[in-house]
Design a protein around this ligand. Structure first.
Ligand code: V47
Ligand code: SF4
Length: 361
């Protein structure tokens, strides 16, 4: 099997991978600096098959963005607007009710709901969002509010972080998405998202989420100004937290899209870089069960290919994706269940529809 690896520098790493020994930061850098994409993919595929065999997962989900009004002004964001600016929106509870009711006939099992940091919305609004979803679709799992929103909610509830999470949980929150991590680095934060919580607070919020018995995902926004060392540090920080809590379900690399952002001059990531990044995530995050190839970001064709480079999940049907499409994504806005199944099966994998907790449906 080791014949697949042509870069001699990777021999030590491949021995570690085949014997189940954890890779360190230097290994990750060597992988990033290597152009042996087939070799790296082969190692990631070995780990992926050990965990999941031929299964490739997807979920029937609906995205809901409740507001794009945001005071954080992250430089990489094309989605947010200032209050009153053309294109700014905030959904009323009635709007949310309608968006859910319009699709009530579909077998949706997960609602993915995130929004900007809009200081005009009171804490009760967020509780109403959760309660409305549960009222209309009692059986759905609500995966909502990134660590950034949870931090803001603790600020406006006037309660501790623990108590705020408890109340959200009581209103129906079961899991939180992986966003807001960006790159867990003080340098990148200073340059790109200085108003948003930093890595210490992101990790603290996630720790509290996990200790409250909720699960979360983790993301990494890559392909802008971050260095390879910063990507590696990001992995190490996530892996260390996962060692402590075991509360992360999936890791989702997010390829930066620069259109309509303040970083318009940054070129898109290449397929080569996207695949390598997914494979290295699989190899470094040895305590994460699932690595998602998020088709919205990297396109349907590459997401399908990524299943052979360490990814085991394509996320879901989605419908109405806004955040990446406002930044120039050319992927579809949503996919049918049949289309996702075909993508998986035609690449030789077994398509498994799952719920948010990876129970098979
Ligand atoms: O945190 C913002 C990213 C994230 C851009 O947990 C951008 O299952 C690319 O968290 N180009 C939100 N990315 C999305 C997110 C997510 C998505 C899918 C699944 C899950 C999950 C979570 O979107 C933000 C930010 O990192 N983002 N702007 C952009 N221009
Ligand atoms: Fe606001 Fe999120 Fe956009 Fe940053 S990425 S400006 S926090 S909506």
């Amino acid at each position: 099997m080791e014949d697949m690896i042509t870069d001699n520098q990777l021999k030590g790493i491949s021995e570690k991978v085949f014997s189940g020994i954890r890779l360190d930061a230097d290994d990750a850098l060597l992988l990033y600096k290597s152009n042996d994409i087939i070799g790296i993919g082969h190692l990631a595929d070995f780990v992926r098959r050990k965990r999941h065999g031929k299964k490739a997962f997807f979920v029937y989900n609906q995205h809901l963005n409740y507001t794009n009004v945001c005071i954080n002004h992250c430089r990489f964001c094309a989605y947010s607007r200032s209050k009153g600016q053309p294109g700014a929106f905030t959904l009323t509870i009635e709007d949310v009710r309608k968006k859910l009711s319009d699709r009530i006939a579909e077998p949706i099992t997960e609602i993915h709901m995130v929004g900007g940091i809009n200081p005009e919305l009171p804490f009760e609004y967020y509780l109403d969002l959760l309660k409305t979803i549960k009222e209309i679709r009692a059986d759905v799992t609500i995966k909502a509010f990134t660590a950034v929103e949870i931090d803001h909610l603790a600020g406006i509830s006037g309660l501790s972080l623990e108590k705020t999470i408890d109340i959200l949980k009581g209103a129906g929150l079961e899991m939180i998405p992986g966003g807001g991590a960006e790159v867990l680095s003080a340098r990148v934060r200073d340059k790109l998202f200085p108003r948003k919580i930093g890595h210490d607070r992101w990790l603290e919020v996630i720790t509290k989420i996990h200790s409250a018995g909720l699960t979360s995902n983790a993301t990494m926004l890559y392909g802008h100004i971050e260095t390879l060392e910063e990507r590696v540090k990001h992995f190490i920080r996530l892996r260390s937290l996962q060692d402590k809590t075991n509360g992360f379900t999936a890791f989702i690399p997010l390829a930066f899209h620069s259109q309509n952002t303040l970083l318009m001059d940054i070129a898109s990531t290449t397929a080569f870089e996207d695949l390598k990044n997914i494979a290295i995530a699989r190899l470094m995050l040895d305590n994460f069960d699932h690595i998602k190839a998020y088709w919205v970001m990297i396109g349907e064709k590459l997401a399908q290919t990524a299943l052979a480079f360490g990814a085991d999940d394509l996320d879901g049907t989605i419908i109405e994706e806004k955040i990446t499409h406002m930044a120039g994504a050319t992927s579809s806005k949503g996919l049918t269940r049949q289309k996702i199944r075909d993508m998986i099966q035609s690449a030789g994998w077994e398509a498994v529809e799952r719920d948010s907790f990876y129970n098979e449906i």
